[in-house]
Design a protein. Structure first.
Length: 296
């Protein structure tokens, strides 16, 4: 069997189009332009690339982008004061603080200072609790993108065996909650899981979010399973630097029913879902109907 390739790049473009349509409607019918504020502290090169990309895509869908670039030695008090100002600003509907923060800043404190209604990353403890109890929340972008791709490809996920490899707060745990919300039978595996191969073999849905290059070989995959590869790992191959996932794509695509490639799978969906969360947050703030198909 040759797996269907789930094209995250193309799917993300459809999400951005839906967001852009909704943004246009908000402007025409209500005179509102959703605004996303992104805060970057320091000069981490990867974070700078992400922030630039987020800003560009925000503007492309017709929203306003507010970028706040702060020095690496910014004090916690200064950063918290900025977040409080953004919380109070009615033109800002979403706030994202780019992680990781420099070591002298307490990430949990910073994230939990964001107004949960503007927490478009879905990392605030209130949103984590709301998601965990099946209530309306802001959902973390990467797992939301994975869920959208799974629903698009499989339709109903009800009753399926899902194995999430990785238990991080930003991917693994919220992914498991979302799959549970869609009535999957969910296993969360991690570095202490015994006989991971056997655990993965029973899955109809595998979500790999580990950060170890090509760790999951094809012979761990149940024939016909849907494989979502969250991993982004840079390795040297054939004298070149290349990006690979946590799944060994070459062997897995011969067994899986469908698989996301790296790059071009989950990655593009993450920023698309950030834009989706921002327009959703804007609608909620103004008491307007939310766009359909852009939330969990
Ligand atoms: P993380 O915080 O480092 O968590 C990794 C998880 O993998 C941990 O729960 C860890 O288990 C588990 N793990 C490590 N080695 C393992 C092993 N040998 N067997 C089973 N589980 C193992 O990473 P993350 O932030 O969730 O990110 C995971 C990957 O996704 C990274 O490659 C990251 O770059 C990528 N990512 C991509 C996007 C995107 O937009 N596409 C977004 C976010 C992250 P323990 O808890 O036991 O240590």
């Amino acid at each position: 069997m040759r797996a269907t390739i789930i094209d995250g790049k193309a799917f993300a473009a459809t999400i951005r189009d839906k967001v852009a349509d909704h943004v246009a409607r908000l402007r025409e019918q209500h005179g509102i332009t959703p605004g996303l504020a992104v805060v970057l502290v320091g000069e981490d090169p990867a974070s700078q690339v992400y922030v630039r990309s987020k800003g560009r895509q925000t503007v492309e869908v017709g929203m306003t982008s507010y970028e706040h670039r702060l020095d690496a030695d910014t004090s916690e008090a200064e950063l918290l004061a900025l977040i409080e100002r953004l919380n109070a600003d009615p033109d800002v509907h979403g706030i994202l603080v780019q992680l990781p923060l420099p070591d002298h800043l307490d990430s949990d404190l910073v994230i939990n200072t964001i107004d949960p209604a503007k927490d478009v990353d879905g990392f605030h403890i209130s949103n984590v609790g709301l998601l965990g109890t099946g209530q309306k929340s802001m959902v973390p972008c990467t797992p939301l993108g994975c869920l959208m791709m799974l629903r698009d490809h499989l339709g109903s996920l009800s009753g399926m065996e899902a194995v999430v490899i990785g238990r991080s707060n930003i991917v693994g745990k919220p992914m498991a909650q979302l799959l549970l919300g869609d009535s999957c039978t969910v296993t969360i595996a991690h570095s202490r899981t015994r006989d991971l191969a056997q655990v993965v073999r029973r899955a109809d849905i595998v979500v790999a979010a580990v950060g170890r290059a090509e760790m999951v070989p094809g012979d761990w995959i149940k024939p016909g399973a849907t494989v979502i590869d969250v991993g982004i790992n840079r390795i040297e191959r054939g004298g070149k630097s290349v990006l690979v996932g946590d799944v060994d794509f070459a062997s897995a695509r011969d067994v899986a029913g469908a698989i996301t490639p790296v790059p071009g799978g989950v990655g593009p969906m993450t920023i698309a879902c950030l834009l989706a969360n921002t327009v959703t947050a804007c609608c909620r703030a103004r008491g307007l109907p939310e766009p359909e198909g852009l939330t969990a």
